[in-house]
Design a protein around this ligand. Structure first.
Ligand SMILES: NC(=O)c1ccc[n+]([C@@H]2O[C@H](COP(=O)([O-])OP(=O)(O)OC[C@H]3O[C@@H](n4cnc5c(N)ncnc54)[C@H](OP(=O)(O)O)[C@@H]3O)[C@@H](O)[C@H]2O)c1
Length: 334
């Protein structure tokens, strides 16, 4: 079978190649999934660059999420229950950018019939992060502002729609004017375009000088440093991404005055602390909010696996609109 493989860490468009590899065999408690689609997420690219929080031994195949059809079970009740079904493939160790993959049966999540393949492919990483950050980590009350950077990302757009659904207001930071306009038409409550506006000044203006109690950052560098200036007394900033690949600079007096907090968030860590029932409830809620068009992903383009270099190049293009998906095999309903 074909898989995208990298033998050294480096720029994804340089180090990824398509290789013929043996088809894996599922062991007890595992299933073999014939993959259909997998998105190219920042976490996949960071892994190939050797810059992610957890790295595979090489050679390796990237891909933490995606969807496909369960083709074989290696034994066990869970595997038997999902055999032949369309599933979202949550792959904590990576490996989904291949025609087939073996995963623990409990990480093959059956997809309801009314959720299309392309949406199911991006079912977990961003939707779960949005829900967990808003509802469980920050618990943003209705009417409050949530300040977010990289607001034009797939995740940022979901957060805007979730805000509308739950009643909190989003204050969205973007780096280009075209994205600002798109987000306003999506229903963003406020947008700050850092190519034209001063972030801290604009946030003070929008919040009557108070600042915000809730903020999330996926950028780092200067943007994250500026965000700390936007916090109200008691405010919390959750850092969850490293898009700028630059560290934030911090004058710690900004945290001391007003007892503000900066915290890290990684979905993998959160998931490790949850029981099966919580995960089942989370899956159900994500599918429901997908049906209601809240946690949906805009798809920018779909590339066949053979065009991996072009696909990853497109995925890192500034100003790209929509998520890039890899098509890993024959698509279409079974
Ligand atoms: N911690 C976790 O558990 C967790 C889970 C899920 C996602 N994440 C993180 O969430 C972030 C968004 O993921 P996604 O899949 O939604 O991303 P995405 O759809 O690929 O979008 C990336 C966005 O980042 C913006 N961007 C890139 N570099 C930037 C920079 N230097 N300064 C400002 N903006 C920049 C781009 O803006 P332009 O349109 O202007 O190019 C684009 O809107 C990523 O950092 C990802 O790693 C973290």
């Amino acid at each position: 079978m074909k898989a995208a493989v990298f033998e050294r860490f480096g720029e994804p468009c340089e180090v990824l190649r398509i290789a013929q590899v043996p088809e894996p065999t599922p062991g007890p408690g595992q299933v073999l999934v014939r993959m259909r689609y997998s998105p190219i997420n920042p976490s996949d690219l960071l892994t190939v660059q050797g810059a992610y929080g957890r790295l595979p031994s090489l050679p390796a195949t990237p891909g933490y999420e995606g969807m496909g059809i369960v083709e074989k079970s290696g034994g066990g009740l869970l595997g038997w229950r999902v055999l032949g079904r369309r599933v979202a493939v949550i792959n904590a160790v990576g490996g989904n950018w291949a025609e087939k993959v073996v995963i623990p049966a409990r990480q093959a999540v059956p997809v309801p019939d009314d959720v299309p393949d392309e949406q199911a492919a991006a079912f977990f990483v961003n939707p779960a992060t949005v829900l967990v950050l808003a509802e469980k980590v920050l618990r943003v009350p209705p009417g409050e502002w949530l300040l977010q950077t990289a607001a034009g990302s797939a995740l940022g757009r979901m957060m805007i729609r979730l805000g509308k659904r739950l009643g909190f207001r989003t204050l969205n930071v973007v780096r280009r004017t075209q994205t600002a306009e798109e987000l306003r038409s999506l229903g963003a409550d406020a947008v700050v375009d850092t190519s034209r506006e001063d972030l801290a000044g604009r946030v003070r203006e929008l919040t009557g000088g108070k600042g915000v109690r809730f903020a999330i950052d996926a950028v780092g560098g200067q943007t994250a440093s500026d965000l700390v200036r936007c916090l109200a007394p008691g405010g919390r900033l959750i850092v969850y991404g490293t898009l700028a690949m630059e560290p934030m600079q911090l004058d710690q007096r900004l945290l001391i005055a007003g007892s503000k907090k900066i915290e890290g968030f990684w979905l993998s860590d959160w998931v490790r602390g949850q029981g099966p029932l919580t995960m089942l409830r989370l899956f159900r809620r994500i599918f429901q909010l997908m049906r209601e068009k809240v946690l949906t992903t805009d798809i920018g383009a779909i590339y066949p696996l053979d065009q991996i270099a072009e696909a990853v190049r497109k995925a890192v293009e500034p100003g790209r609109s929509g998520k890039i998906l890899l098509k890993l095999g024959s698509a279409g309903r079974q």
